[in-house]
Write a protein that binds this ligand. Sequence first.
Ligand code: GLN
Length: 304
Amino acid sequence: MDYQAAISKIYNEIKNIEDSGKVATYIPELAGIDPNKFGVHLTTLEDKHFSMGDSDEKFSIQSIAKVLSLTLAYNLEEDNLWKRMGVEPSGAPFNSLTLLEYNNGVPRNPMINSGAIVVCDILINHLKNPKQELIEFIRHVSGNSEISYSERISKSEKSVGYRNASLIHLMKAYDNIHNDIDEVLDLYFSLCSIEMTCKELSKTFLYLAGYGVCPYTENRVVSASKSKRINAIMQLCGMYDEAGEFSFRTGLPGKSGVGGGIVAVLPNHYSIAVWSPKLNPKGNSFKGMEFLERFTTETESSVF
Ligand code: GLN
């Protein structure tokens, strides 16, 4: 498969199309990002690399990191995790309060904010130094000791984090948060602040293409069964209330973030990361969605 030819062709087709998306401005540090950034990187299980555009520039991965915190919490908590949250698509925005109220403080899944906040609460129960141990886990998964939180971005989000504060208070009222609210929120904002390039992101997610094993480090990150389940959750919930549309157009499990990144995985083959900061009304990268749809169509690569 000539992945580079497909990436180059589609990148050039999409680069200058009318982009109706808007950069996320509710986090002040994200508002200043150059809206025209556009990068793609694909890594295969054989450690082959194909890329285009701004693929070596770091950006805020935001909610994409929820998959990594889920992976660690799932290893620590096993299936008890599902007593605290569901695995159903939410059909609602990532920061919805109404849905959480309706479900008595139990998040619909770990990919929306409320679910990721409960995951952080669980990590705090298990780990002595949660912030440090979480980033070390992510470095281990990505095979890259340089990955780190951005103090600048986490502070910026914390300064306006009223909705996430509302979500955690509501869950505390339903007894689904067991630790100090500020400590849990701090960990959540740190998680969301991680910065990676498209190349680093696609390499990091390769364990989900490798049935739980990261092929270039040969580290088993999770069991094959957990890898299957995490991919299933991404397929159904990774793009919030646009998960159906993404699945329909792309046919791959994927996860987006409000920094404009999307990562998608084809088990047994590759992991691909796209970054373009302008978001559609559902909070997913406009060009990222467009690119991945055309890419999976052109290469006929999909799980279906
Ligand atoms: N940090 C962001 C928030 O909590 C993450 C949302 C996202 O990337 N969809 O609002």
